[in-house]
Design a protein around this ligand. Structure first.
Ligand code: ARG
Length: 494
């Protein structure tokens, strides 16, 4: 089909140049938004007396048909916008169809459609985040008091519980939800009516399209409206941070499913075999979440680098903000889906977690704290004494309760200058992981009571976030329904 725009040219774009400049592949995703945006724009044009009712009826009718077909195809179009206008003109003629694009430009048109699509994709991701949180909370409830080692430097640090560990991810994901919702506020603003860059002499009503399209507000300055893509960087940054959390969760699961840790077993449904080693059960989906996190970071960098050297105004470079943002959305959505499946089918090896909690001196700090509280040592003295006990155990390959009373007294006198009364019963009580957990009393610690409190508070927080999300989803659905109903009323108007 011949281009509807090339009036000042003698010849069509060369084949190689046409496919080079075309954004049709990434525009598939905004076809529907572009149609709705065009419907709203033209309804506003009619309401402001800029086009007639017969024009509006014909244009809306043609747009409706294209929407029902849902196809974006054909050669010779640089993008979805040219496709749409050419198809409408083909259907109703240039006298009428040629009015569709009055008082706007592709520059405000494209970013309107992109913002509409992005807001829907953000809400989709938010839903994925909350669903994963729900699965994690359910698992955390089940294993609230399951003792396990906590690590710093990948070395055993303190004893904790699996439930408490899972809540840590719930909290990080809730911040991701908040970040995505903040990005949503930046995205859900209407640039339509900015025209090419400097507005129009037609008496358009920008607030009207803001309302018809369900935007929260209007992006006022016409230069800003067409030039800015900070919302893309904001979305990609929020998704990058989300991916960093998904990658960390994946890494923990990969590590803990090794035979060396053996804390968990990933279900067959989320494991891949080896072509040669029959014993293998590889955590490939999780490894790919880890790997694709890097690709998402690349998209963030892409969206920032893209705008760095641009002069103010629309530049065709901005077309390239679309593929990277779509990739961020799709990668995060599929990663969330996979992780949700992994966690809901995860087997926990309670015995191994328990055993690991009892080895490696994970309660050494707890013992030091007991020495401060029950024996009156300063924390540094207690740290020194416990360090000496750990060293003796390591040197002689024994456990603390295998050290004799006299031996312990000597270690104490040598390191802190006093006896410290280190009996077997005291050590047993001070080092037992479950007792240690119960003695932890700081807010946010893995004390079972504290974990129960956090589970309750996270449960109700989740409900509040779900309600907030549903309010946004239904507001968008409501405005779309109203727009389509208005279009239908005009199409069938006598
Ligand atoms: N395909 C373009 C994009 O995605 C649409 C805007 C084109 N505007 C222009 N002045 N060439 O950004």
């Amino acid at each position: 089909m011949k281009s509807v725009y090339r009036s000042r040219f003698k010849r069509e774009l060369a084949g190689a140049a046409a496919s080079f400049v075309s954004s049709l592949p990434e525009d598939r995703r905004i076809l529907d938004c572009d149609i709705l945006g065009t419907m709203a724009h033209d309804i506003m044009l009619y309401e402001r007396g800029i086009i007639g009712i017969e024009d509006l009826k014909a244009i809306l009718g043609a747009l409706q048909k294209i929407r029902e077909k849902g196809e974006l195809e054909g050669e010779g179009f640089e993008d979805v916008h040219e496709f749409l206008e050419a198809k409408v003109i083909e259907a109703v003629g240039a006298k009428t169809g040629g009015k569709m694009h009055t008082a706007r430009s592709r520059n405000d048109q494209v970013v309107t459609a992109v913002r509409m699509r992005a807001r829907a994709d953000i809400l989709g991701l938010c839903r994925g985040v909350l669903e994963l949180e729900k699965v994690l909370l359910k698992l955390a409830k089940k294993h609230a008091a399951q003792a396990m080692p906590l690590y710093t430097h990948t070395q055993g640090a303190q004893v904790g519980t699996f439930g408490h560990y899972l809540i840590s991810h719930v909290d990080a994901l809730s911040r991701d939800f908040e970040r995505l919702m903040r990005a949503y506020s930046a995205v859900n603003l209407n640039p339509l009516g900015a025209c090419a860059i400097g507005g129009t002499s037609f008496p358009i009503d920008r607030e009207r399209t803001t309302c018809l399209l369900g935007f929260d507000g209007t992006l006022e300055n016409s230069v800003d409206a067409v030039s800015s893509r900070d919302f893309v960087a904001e979305v990609n940054a929020a998704i990058s941070i989300l991916m960093s959390h998904l990658s960390r969760m994946s890494e923990d699961l990969i590590l803990w499913s090794t035979s060396e840790f053996d804390f968990i077993e990933i279900a067959d449904e989320y494991s891949s075999p080896s072509s040669v080693m029959p014993q293998k059960k590889n955590p490939c989906p999780l490894e790919l979440i880890r790997a694709r996190t890097g690709r998402v970071y690349g998209c963030l960098l892409d969206s920032l680098t893209l705008v760095k050297g641009l002069p103010t105004g629309y530049n065709r470079d901005l077309q390239e903000t679309k593929p990277s943002m779509w990739e961020c959305f799709d990668t995060a959505a599929s990663s969330l889906e996979v992780l949700k499946g992994v966690f809901s089918t995860l087997e926990i090896n309670r015995r191994r977690m328990e055993e690991a909690s009892r080895s490696g001196f994970l309660t050494a700090v707890d013992l030091a704290e007991q020495l401060v509280q029950k024996r009156g040592l300063s924390f540094r003295e207690a740290h020194k004494l416990v360090g000496a006990i750990v060293k003796r155990c390591a040197d002689t390959n024994r456990k603390p309760d295998e050290l004799g009373r006299e031996e312990l007294r000597k270690i104490a006198v040598r390191s802190v200058g006093e006896d410290a009364r280190l009996g077997k019963a005291f050590l047993k009580e001070a080092l037992d992981p479950l007792r240690c957990l119960r003695r932890r009393r700081s807010a946010g610690s893995p004390n079972p009571r504290e974990v129960q409190r956090m589970l309750l508070s996270r449960g109700s927080k989740l409900e509040r976030m779900e309600a907030r999300l549903e309010a946004c989803v239904s507001a968008l659905a409501k405005s779309e329904k109203a727009l389509l109903a208005a279009a239908k009323r005009y199409i069938t108007k006598e």
